[in-house]
Design a protein around this ligand. Structure first.
Ligand code: F6P
Length: 324
């Protein structure tokens, strides 16, 4: 293998740049030509392919977002789109790919590999931490810390006014961000898609806490089956009619995706990037380079996509137990 290319795809996450840097520099270290593809699969289709030097990735380690830009490509979902992408890669003689992204990215990579046979190794880049085959994903730690900082600030004003706040965090169908900032931020309640917490349960808990607490924070994962935080807040509020209690809602949104990556995300991105390139050199393909129990593990894309990553029972119990 002489030429490889790296791209980022799907939602950006802090630490993706660290990963790109590691891929480029590990490839160069092993005497490969390393190319970058801008705008993910869309860029592959449209030929946004450029040769990288070691200096091309200078001074990016600490930056959020992705210097390679990102996109969610509709065209790559079609056979014609993927054929165009293959032709563009062939023009540059690309023989291996490193795909940095989440499950959508790996689904595309798997199909592409099965159709055109270009060896591909993935790096888990998403704030959601919803990928099977790695303990953590690149960007998750930064997102949790960003959300936590916001929750701490909300706590100050919630306490000052004796209010109940519903804070919505990202995570798509996963409750990982919610449970970790719930524990770290001392939330009174956390609503996640992995468990069922009905409006009745929320009302009962909040009413139960009235004697011991004058303000409360409920963290709501955006994928929760009861709906968004604003809707949940209105339904809960209607159960407190006649009581002098104020309810507020904050949706943290995309601030959770930005910012300088934490040390953990820089290191995870770097480790995963190096492991992806060395994996390709050693014959790994159609799999993701994740870290499990502090060891690099290559997990087939098939498993990363189809197997779910359950929330830790202990974390759920911990949050509940400490919120009394
Ligand atoms: O997958 C990362 C993520 O930030 C999710 O947490 C969120 O649901 C989604 O992407 C938002 O996507 P977009 O930036 O396209 O609105």
């Amino acid at each position: 293998m002489k030429k490889i290319a790296v791209f980022t795809s799907g939602g950006d996450s802090p630490g993706m740049n660290a990963c790109v840097r590691a891929v480029v520099r590990t490839g160069i270290y092993h005497q490969l030509d390393v190319y970058s593809i801008k705008y993910g699969y869309d860029g592959m289709i449209n030929g946004h392919i450029k040769k990288m030097q070691s200096q091309s990735v200078s001074n990016i380690l600490q930056r959020g977002g992705t210097i390679l830009k990102s996109a969610r490509s509709e065209e790559f979902r079609t056979k014609e789109g993927r054929k165009k992408a293959f032709e563009e890669l062939s023009k540059h003689g690309i023989e291996g790919l490193v795909a940095i992204g989440g499950d959508g990215t790996f689904t595309g990579a798997k199909i592409f590999y099965e159709e055109f046979g270009i060896p591909t190794v993935g790096c888990p880049g998403t704030i959601d931490n919803d990928i099977y085959g790695t303990d953590y994903t690149i960007g998750f730690d930064t997102a949790v810390n960003t959300a936590l900082e916001a929750i701490d600030k909300i706590r100050d004003t919630a306490a000052a006014h004796d209010r109940i706040f519903f804070v919505e965090v990202m995570g798509r169908d996963s409750g990982y961000i919610a449970i970790e900032c719930g524990i770290g931020g001392g939330a009174e309640l956390v609503m996640v898609p992995e468990t069922t917490t009905t409006i009745h349960d929320v009302v009962k808990s909040l009413k139960g806490l009235r004697k011991s607490k004058t303000s409360s924070i409920v963290v709501v994962a955006e994928g929760d089956e009861e709906g968004g935080a604003a809707d949940i807040m209105e339904r809960v509020k209607s159960e407190f009619k006649g009581e002098d209690k104020e309810f507020k809602v904050t949706t943290l949104g995309h601030i959770q995706r930005g910012g300088s990556p934490t040390a953990k995300d820089r290191i995870l991105g770097s480790r995963s990037g190096m492991a992806a390139v060395e994996g390709l050199i050693n014959g790994q393909s159609n799999c993701m380079a994740g870290i499990i129990n502090d060891q690099v593990v290559y997990t087939p894309f098939e498993e990363c996509i189809t197997k779910s990553k359950p929330l830790k029972e202990e974390y759920l119990r911990l949050q509940e137990l400490l919120s009394i």
